[in-house]
Design a protein around this ligand. Structure first.
Ligand code: HEC
Length: 130
């Protein structure tokens, strides 16, 4: 992807991260019983997680670790293959999340939501500054 300013790349990826976290958060609330389980809404949220998580990772372009209010660690750009592997893992888990949401039971949804959350956390633990 190309951006006019490095700060725009930061804003773009943070926006994508925010959106995926919103939709995953709704699913997490359903599987933990904080909000009622609604299979139709769950499938919508899962589909959006899967779509939106195609967005932010292309905006991790060179030279944007310390731009704007970025909390991205510079190691992303020296360990790109490892970072990209974590992106692939997230894509795999979110595809499974959609399949699980289609089944329409909480028993299927719960572990799938957990697995996506783990894929998010695995990367944040290594590549996001506090
Ligand atoms: C491959 C690595 C990776 C994966 C996978 C990942 N993130 Fe992130 N995330 C980051 C990095 C790096 C940042 C810091 C970006 C920045 O500030 O430039 C970040 C930032 C965020 C932020 C803060 C955004 C802001 O406004 O500052 C949220 C929220 C977030 N991620 C949610 C998620 C969720 C939810 C998932 C899983 C569905 C996820 N992330 C998956 C690497 C990842």
């Amino acid at each position: 992807m190309q951006f006019n300013r490095p700060e725009d790349a930061v804003k773009y990826r943070q926006s994508g991260m925010f959106l995926q976290s919103y939709h995953l958060g709704r699913l997490a609330a359903m599987v933990s019983g904080r909000i009622p389980y609604d299979p139709k809404a769950a499938l919508e949220h899962a589909t959006l997680v899967d779509m939106i998580d195609r967005l932010p990772y292309g905006a991790f372009i060179e030279g944007t670790a310390d731009r704007g209010n970025s909390r991205a660690k510079p190691e992303i750009w020296t360990e790109r293959a490892k970072f990209d592997g974590m992106v692939t893992k997230l894509h795999e888990e979110s595809a499974k999340l959609v399949a699980a949401a289609r089944v329409g039971t909480l028993d299927q949804l719960r572990p799938a939501v957990g697995a996506v959350g783990q894929a998010c956390k695995a990367c944040h633990d290594v590549y996001q500054r506090n």
